[in-house]
Design a protein around this ligand. Structure first.
Ligand code: 13P
Length: 342
């Protein structure tokens, strides 16, 4: 492992004003997204859609530091034969790869899951590196509910995350460590805070036990936020101040960067929350976005599978990327959203 090079890549992933595009939806998830816009999910339609994103020159060169790809996409070629990975590299962005293989029921823990995919991961990482991937992602999923999460679920998922991260660094790939506490329930922001704190403490303990170099990784957490069905919605200021407090309590300053998931927040909420945190300032790590839905919902809807809509969809993507870039610098304003809508 060359830690100086891993650190360089990690810092580039959170370069000022830039963030990560999570375009790593599994075939099942992208089908769900395409169902909403009435597009059949085929190898070609998935390729056409992702090619549209990666050819959005302004967004990709100015606002997107890296792209997380799904296994299918990293091997695909654009319509003109250029590998999609090359399109990303030509825009000055870094290709990355989702390497977990989804979740399975965790035995003995009803309603809880464990993320799988460690078997043969070392060999897979070697192939992904040869194909151009310089970072990877593994998502652990923690649900909040009656009597959950259990320590068993938190500990086994943190253990797997650290196993994955150590294997990535041995393969000269920067691991994005993503322990996602879901915002699906009716819990309030303080319950989310408490569970996320418990999860992050365990994750960093496991990273330490498994000798992961913090300087060569990126953390991808959820924000401290009320559940979608909560009766008590938290304000932007409350989400921003509690999330910053939480991260300061749990994330060592040796970590180069934190890139949030959007997790089902609306496009504008995800942007406003990031902006609120950046305005607090004085943080030891780079803070930015690694959004999937909050970057892609708008371009997906505009595109709706039609070639004639490609340019407009690219504009919609560029707008969201620009808004989140501004938010990562604490320079976003709600008025800027209205200008695009007008
Ligand atoms: P969302 O921003 O849609 O939550 O997706 C980010 C991601 O990579 C989840 O694993």
């Amino acid at each position: 492992m060359n830690l100086a090079d891993l650190n360089k890549v990690a810092l580039a992933m959170v370069a000022p004003g830039k963030g990560i595009l999570a375009a790593d939806e599994s075939s099942g998830t992208i089908k769900k997204r395409f169902d909403v816009i009435g597009v059949e999910s085929t190898e070609d339609s998935r390729r056409d859609y992702r090619e549209l994103l990666f050819r959005s020159k302004e967004a990709m060169t100015q606002f997107i530091s890296g792209v997380i790809l799904y296994d299918e996409t990293i091997w695909q070629k654009a319509k003109d034969g250029t590998p999609l990975v090359k399109l990303i590299e030509q825009a000055g962005s870094i290709p990355g790869i989702k390497v977990d293989e989804g979740t399975q029921a965790l035995p003995g823990c009803p309603g809880e899951t464990i993320t799988v995919g460690l078997d043969r991961l070392a060999e897979r990482l070697k192939k992904y590196y040869e194909q151009g991937a310089r970072f990877a992602k593994w998502r652990a999923v923690i649900d909040i509910g009656q009597g959950i999460p259990s320590y068993t679920a938190v500990m086994t998922n943190a253990h797997a995350l650290a196993r994955y991260a150590a294997l990535c660094q041995a393969a000269q790939i920067v691991p994005i460590v993503e322990p996602e506490v879901l915002m699906d329930g009716d819990h309030d922001i303080d319950r989310c805070y408490e569970v996320t704190e418990f999860v992050l403490k365990e994750v960093f303990q496991q990273l330490y036990y498994q000798r992961v170099a913090l300087e060569g990784m990126i953390l991808k957490p959820n924000m401290a936020i009320a559940g979608k069905k909560s009766a008590k919605k938290a304000s932007v200021n409350e989400v921003a101040s509690k999330t910053v407090k939480l991260l300061k309590a749990c994330v060592p300053s040796a970590v180069p960067g934190i890139a949030f998931l959007s997790g089902g927040q609306s496009d504008e909420e995800a942007t406003a929350h990031l902006d609120g945190m950046s305005r607090i300032g004085g943080l030891p790590w780079g803070l930015t976005f690694s959004y999937g839905r909050a970057l892609q919902a708008a371009p997906q809807k505009t595109w709706s599978g039609k070639t004639d809509n490609v340019a407009a969809a690219q504009q919609a993507f560029t707008h969201r990327a620009r808004m989140n870039s501004l938010a990562s610098k604490g320079e976003w304003k709600a008025d800027l959203e209205k200008k695009q809508a007008a």
